[in-house]
Design a protein around this ligand. Sequence first.
Ligand SMILES: Nc1nc2c(ncn2[C@@H]2O[C@H](COP(=O)(O)OP(=O)(O)OP(=O)(O)O)[C@@H](O)[C@H]2O)c(=O)[nH]1
Ligand SMILES: [Mg+2]
Length: 439
Amino acid sequence: MAFEKLGTGLQDAITNLRKAVVVDKKTVREYVKEIQKVLISSDVNVKLVFELSRRIEDRGLLEKPPGMLSRNENLVRVTYEELVKLLGAGEKLEVRDGNRIMLVGTQGSGKTTTAAKLAKYYKKKGLNPKLICADTFRPAAYEQLLQLSEEIQVPFYGEPGNKDALAIIRDGIDKFKGEGLIIIDSEGRHKLDTELMRDINRIFTAIKPTKTLLVLDGTIGQGAGGQAEAFRKACNVDGVMLTKLDGSAKGGGALSACAATQSKVYFIGVGEHIDDLEEFNAERFVSRLIGFGDLQGLLEKAKEVEVDEEAAKRMMSGKFTLEDVYSQIDQMRQLGPMKKVMDMLPFGQKVPSDMLQMQEIKLKKFKIAMDSMTDEEMQDPDLIKHDRIERISKGAGVAPEDVKELLAYYKKMKKMMKTMGNERKMRKMMERFGMGVGV
Ligand SMILES: Nc1nc2c(ncn2[C@@H]2O[C@H](COP(=O)(O)OP(=O)(O)OP(=O)(O)O)[C@@H](O)[C@H]2O)c(=O)[nH]1
Ligand SMILES: [Mg+2]
């Protein structure tokens, strides 16, 4: 499996961090050191690794954790963000039928295999890919792509024996009437030589591909950056396809080097099989390395509460009105089953179970009842006594018991919010004295 070592290394570092009871300078340094080791053994450029670890350390120590995140949870989030930055922002290759993709690259980098992989990939997406073999250099090139195209049942064009690559491409496009997504496999040379570049340029000018993609062998590690840069200067490369990342310990180096040279990696090849192609998206990639489930929950936790911070502060300070209950019910229903929502919050376990079991139908009744209340009543529910209960229940078409139950629910919540607010203050105070408690 590709990147298994990198993933395990990162996950181990995170597991150790999570075990830490106190998150202080020493813990952060140790964690950052572990991350450094993992990245360097994955061939990421030492300078980049040090820059990244400095940022993780600084942010981990100085940044106020957003939302409900603890300090070590925030460190994991920061690591994720910095790794995504290191590998470049996600951007999809935008192509459609009628476009032409040309693959270029040095000999043996994986162009022919990748051309077929790409054709299968877009076929599965509902496009109509077609393959042209424009490699006149290697005698077996025609047979190789023909066979692959038969395997994936994609139309193929080639002219064995013809040495004029440009003429073959033109004939192919004619034969396909310019329709479908035309993928052109070109020839490779020993290394990046001027002759190859001249050929590519000649074809490039005549064909004007919609996208020119550079196929790079990922096993060369950091060297991928230099190649990517050279090709980009020589011809108009739109992006990179990094191959052979399976089983290569240098994958991290190749990926980060491409990002560092502003060469967008669109796809990665992770095996010899035709399906071993993945669209590269740094966010998805890093979250998978770190452990997807873990990270998703964490990011949501940070986001979710960011939005509600004001309301939460107000509620916890004891200023809790029926309006808060109203919006709380709305939010909870948006988020899903209440039990699940509560489990995500650090104080979740403390919420009495009867509150969690509050049925949907009851919440709906509560909302209807609140719709029949005046602003004054919403702000100050203590005003709601016998006559008002009668009026509200009649206006809303619910039983007076429902209104009473709502008021009881409100009182219980208000009390709970106050207790939690006090606990939060306590926790903050402990943190200030360097007694921060871990996850
Ligand atoms: N393990 C692995 N092997 C790959 C991958 N992509 C290509 N290969 C292998 O790399 C070798 C070269 O692939 P080709 O597709 O023939 O490379 P090419 O760039 O077309 O080569 P030339 O046409 O000779 O320049 C083949 O044995 C492929 O099976 C990959 O993602 N993983
Ligand atoms: Mg080839």
